[in-house]
Design a protein around this ligand. Structure first.
Ligand SMILES: Nc1ncnc2c1ncn2[C@@H]1O[C@H](COP(=O)(O)OP(=O)(O)O)[C@@H](O)[C@H]1O
Ligand SMILES: [Mg+2]
Length: 376
């Protein structure tokens, strides 16, 4: 019997079963096969924290590697262009000069980390270098994928430089792919700011929670393959406790699996209850606490006012509860949308982007205080 917990409740970690994302990987595979200019070669994945953006980029990278492509995997922190430039040089060196150069297939250069203080002059040439690299790859019938995570934090100048180069390469019919991931509202703002009109043409995938049925199916496979027994009824309850939200799927799976191991490799009522409770506590202590503490006091009070509702909140009602006018209320709302903490459910209504946030807020001391001292 396998003793290792198969669930992966860690940011960016590959889950034992990737739920509900087959279509997206398939789209990308088709685009690679269709070659330069295919729509999926320029894609942007958006969604709240913990929805699976980093994992999705990993899937796309794998698909590229399986097709023999070279991958440069990056995060949008300072020095991004320099690092991509270095990645291109490293790939060109790997490939070697001249026709006798070694044929490179399927390598990832994500681990290439170089000094970002490189002299600017060296970087000036990256456009020429990447063009040469792609011409060579094109002859070998492969290509280059650049993936950039967390683009909500990107330096606008760096992104527009990258976009300009990629646009040029596509125009030259060279085999280049660019896939990006970030928080929805921030990415939308980024695209609307005119950083690059070219990027606005990208295929957009807004990642959502997965269906509860699919979660139950995935749990069934993972539990049985790892030698833990679980009844259909418990599978259902477990899947429902996740709200279909990927990070919680891994947390709930992990903690219930771990409890079950202690009770003879069977998911009992007690194991399930204890595991779910632990998962929720971890969820609060990690994703929710860090998302919450990163917000200003006024933004926090907006969330606390939302937590008073059992479902989606009317933005008009929230403004009233906070004692502010609709314009102010609208500004808080936009900031929270950009931070990926809330989402618009229907016109004039917002809800938490991540499950269990409401319960987490109701448990904070500040929630009680606001009720005792309403601002109006
Ligand atoms: N499609 C999926 N099915 C099941 N679990 C997933 C899926 N996508 C991501 N996860 C899990 O969710 C968690 C968050 O994934 P991550 O890619 O880091 O999210 P994001 O980058 O959007 O914050 C990880 O523990 C990961 O294993
Ligand atoms: Mg991520």
């Amino acid at each position: 019997m396998a003793a290792k917990n198969p669930f992966k409740p860690t940011a960016g970690a590959r889950p034992p079963v990737l739920i509900g994302r087959d279509d997206m990987r398939q789209d990308f595979a088709e685009s690679i096969e269709n070659g330069p200019g295919a729509p999926g070669l320029l894609s942007i994945f958006t969604g709240p924290r913990g929805i699976g953006k980093t994992v999705m980029l990993g899937e796309i990278e794998d698909e590229a590697i399986e097709h023999g492509w070279i991958v440069i995997s990056e995060t949008a922190t300072a020095g991004l262009v320099d690092r991509i430039g270095s990645g291109v040089r490293a790939a060109a060196e790997e490939l070697g000069d001249g026709p006798g150069g070694r044929r490179v297939t399927g390598v990832t250069l994500g681990i290439v980390r170089v000094d970002t203080q490189l002299p600017a002059a060296r970087e000036v040439h990256w456009r020429r270098q990447i063009t040469e690299l792609l011409e060579k790859l094109s002859e070998q019938d492969t290509g280059l994928l650049i993936s950039i995570d967390e683009i909500h934090a990107v330096d606008r100048t760096e992104l527009s430089e990258i976009a300009a180069v990629v646009q040029h390469l596509i125009r030259e019919s060279l085999p280049i792919g660019l896939v990006l991931a970030g928080l929805p509202k921030s990415v939308e703002d980024l695209l609307n700011e005119g950083v690059s009109t070219f990027l606005r043409r990208a295929e957009k995938y807004d990642l959502h929670r997965t269906s509860i049925d699919e979660v139950a199916e995935a749990f069934r496979d993972t539990f049985s393959e790892s030698g833990v027994n679980i009844s259909d009824e418990h599978l259902r309850q477990l899947a429902e406790a996740t709200g279909g939200y990927p990070f919680l799927i891994q947390l709930v799976g992990y903690h219930v699996w771990s409890q079950a191991r202690k009770s003879g490799a069977v998911v009992t009522d007690e194991a399930l209850a204890a595991g779910v409770q632990k998962a929720r506590r971890r969820m609060g202590a990690t994703v929710l606490q860090s998302a919450y503490s990163a917000l200003s006091d006024v933004d926090q009070s907006y969330l606390l006012a939302m937590a008073e509702d059992d479902g989606p909140s009317s933005t008009t009602t929230i403004a009233e509860r906070l004692g502010v006018n609709a314009v102010y209320g609208g500004q808080y709302r936009l900031r929270l949308l950009a931070a990926g903490v809330i989402e618009t459910t229907s016109r004039g209504y917002v809800d938490f982007a991540v499950p269990t946030f409401r319960e987490f807020l109701r448990d904070t001391p500040a929630y009680g205080l606001r009720l005792q001292h309403p601002k109006h």
